[in-house]
Design a protein around this ligand. Structure first.
Ligand code: SD4
Length: 336
């Protein structure tokens, strides 16, 4: 189990650091939440609670963070009521369910799949790409082919509910390649488009891993890939510093290499929340008018187990699970 005394020492080191420099003080002035023990797992949105609890089974028994995050995000991937991740995800505008996922471990190893059809657990395929191939990223039919070779079942993922929603959308859909045309019901992050799961865990040994999986923006163009499977955009882990994940309109996260940015800011002394806030502000500064209409949220954890989040719009929640509480849900702060 985690050494509490060591944690207190680390916290004290963090505290004295913030006294030394006013610059660092500014960077760490955002609220800093932390667990008083490791292991810990955090993930995006309210369905992160159930996913965290699954990850916790591995973490609480001294298991590896990598195994925990894979097991955790498989819960929403398998959930038929969840139309934004895995099985029963909303399709693209041509009716294909295409899935994106990536995973990263404490050694900097990573694997990803994108625009993959017919396989219900993209996170497991991402892990197999990492562990069994010389590559990092497989896409489309090649990813499906690899999954089948690895023993995964090729199956139809579009269920009747998702098909109904797609047909409903088609009634008004304009077929032009306009980004965010799918957001006819409000800001991106509406009922069609939020709920990508990004998960970060620190195990009892203090090692960090992360996973991110999604069916992407609902009714996207066929072939469109968002930030979620892109290492550095949807997820980044550096075992010396911490990890970050993102959710929301992936195009803006990719443009700003969002999760890598958050981790690099934490390396410079920013608290997790302050780092997420700065990454959100970068997106807003570059495209202020676009930013008013979209949702992007970042969630981060540092090596000490301190965590934080920040989003453009209200409504971004994240779940936290550690020894003291396994069903904590926190409303992330936002710019608007
Ligand atoms: C994407 N970032 O495909 C994903 C979608 C998402 O909350 O996270 N929605 O752009």
């Amino acid at each position: 189990m985690f050494n509490r005394r060591k944690f207190i020492k680390l916290s004290a080191a963090g505290a004295s650091l913030s006294v030394v420099s006013t610059d660092i003080l500014a960077k760490t002035s955002a609220t800093t939440s932390h667990s008083d023990s490791l292991p810990i797992v955090i993930s995006t949105w309210d369905f992160g609670i159930a996913a965290n609890q699954e990850a916790w089974k591995t973490l609480s028994e001294g298991g590896r963070a990598l195994d925990a995050v894979e097991a955790g995000v498989k819960i929403p991937e398998a959930d038929l009521n969840n139309h934004t991740v895995g099985r029963s995800g909303y399709p693209d505008r041509d009716g294909h369910v295409t899935l994106d996922a990536c995973i990263m471990d404490e050694k900097g190893n990573c694997g990803a799949v994108a625009a993959m059809e017919y396989i219900a657990h993209p996170i497991s395929i991402a892990r197999l790409v990492m562990e069994k191939t010389p590559h990092v990223f497989l896409v489309g039919e090649g990813a499906t082919q690899f999954a089948v070779e690895q023993g995964f079942k090729r199956e139809k993922l579009l269920n009747s509910e998702s098909e109904k929603a797609w047909k409903e959308w088609l009634k008004k859909a304009e077929y032009k390649p306009t980004i965010n045309i799918e957001n006819s019901k409000g800001i991106p992050g509406n009922q069609y488009n939020h709920d990508t799961i990004g998960m970060l865990a620190i195990d009892a040994k203090g090692n960090i891993s992360g996973a991110c999986t999604t069916s992407g923006m609902a009714f996207k163009m066929h072939g469109r890939v968002g930030d979620s499977p892109i290492i550095g955009a949807g997820l980044f882990v550096d075992n010396e510093v911490g990890g970050a994940v993102s959710t929301g309109v992936g195009e803006e996260v990719i443009r700003n290499v969002g999760s890598f940015l958050v981790v690099e800011l934490m390396r410079q002394g920013y608290s997790p929340e302050a780092a997420c806030k700065e990454a959100v502000q970068r997106i807003i500064k570059k495209k202020p008018e676009t930013a008013k209409q979209i949702q992007v949220g970042f969630l981060a954890i540092n090596k000490k187990g301190e965590y934080g989040a920040y989003a453009i719009q209200k409504g971004f929640s994240f779940a936290v699970c550690d020894q003291s509480k396994q069903d904590l849900l926190i409303n992330g702060k936002s710019f608007y």
